[in-house]
Design a protein around this ligand. Structure first.
Ligand code: DGL
Length: 266
């Protein structure tokens, strides 16, 4: 069987924002998405558990679904499981995380002197963003804040109202974020509140997220490895390890109304 598809996974449905960006930039690629909704959220789980979940999912996508590339569309899994997966599959298949393309964009931007990061507790605790930025550009200041209320808030549909404004404001008015030139939205869900964050900063702070930047990075890798598809060979598939009406509803909000999540045990 030819390797035709791109495997994308996340702890849940937030990674659909990444899948969406990939399908817009690379419409000839067939996607297989897996949301690990049975184990959601990853953001407060231990590193070893997230590594185990990520390894199982990558095996499913590579061995059972025969994917030609894997995108870890979750900041938390990218922070703690990427190196593990990359080493395990070295030489076999490209594995792309959502963090490195953001780091590259930040490092390239000469105007950025102070950058903020909002993310889940596990991503912040991993220190991966902090370490990668410091290593590549030690003169850049980085201030970090775990923002655990944002994922459940967005999943519950609060994104453009008084509740979300109050929560966003409360987090972003943290004194650590005074005078930042850029803010990393270090969680796939936060794309849904990007406009609100932009409004809070009166459009004066550059916002970096893992949608278009990641899709461009993937395109470059597929081109380099001669893996780019010229025609779409099959329909996109969206799997989840647990499906409820709410997950289905949120998935459509994250991706589009035609999306149908299918249950699967891996
Ligand atoms: N998708 C996860 C991330 O980007 C957030 C949700 C979770 O905690 O599982 O970090």
């Amino acid at each position: 069987m030819n390797k035709e598809t791109i495997g994308i996974f996340d702890s849940g449905i937030g990674g659909l924002t990444v899948a969406n960006a990939i399908s817009r930039l690379l419409p000839n690629e067939a996607l297989i998405y897996f949301g690990d909704t049975a184990h959601l959220p990853y953001g407060d789980k231990s590193e070893s558990l997230i590594k185990t979940f990520s390894l199982n999912i990558a095996n499913f996508l590579i061995e059972k679904q025969n994917c030609k590339a894997i995108v870890i569309a979750c900041n938390t899994a990218s922070a703690v499981a990427y190196e593990h997966l990359r080493d395990k599959h070295k030489g076999n298949i490209p594995i792309i995380n959502v963090i490195d393309p953001i780091i590259e964009a930040i490092v390239k931007d000469e105007t950025i002197k102070k950058v903020g990061l909002i993310a889940t507790q596990t991503t912040i605790n991993s220190g991966v963003y902090q370490e990668k930025i410091k290593r590549r550009k030690p003169e850049v200041d980085i201030s970090v804040l775990a923002t655990p209320l944002l994922v459940p808030m967005i999943e519950e549909g609060f994104a453009h109202d008084n509740i979300s404004h109050a929560v966003i404001e409360n987090y972003l008015q943290n004194p650590e974020f005074k005078n930042i030139d850029a803010l990393i939205l270090g969680c796939t869900h936060y794309i849904l509140i990007k406009d609100e964050i932009n409004d809070y900063f009166k459009a004066k702070v550059k916002l970096f997220d893992s949608t278009d930047i990641l899709a461009e990075k993937l395109k470059g890798i597929l081109e380099n490895e001669n893996l780019l598809s010229t025609t779409k060979k099959q329909e996109d598939k969206f799997y989840a390890s647990d499906i409820t009406k709410d997950f289905q509803k949120s998935a459509r909000r994250f991706y589009g109304n035609s999306l149908e999540l299918k249950p699967i045990t891996i």
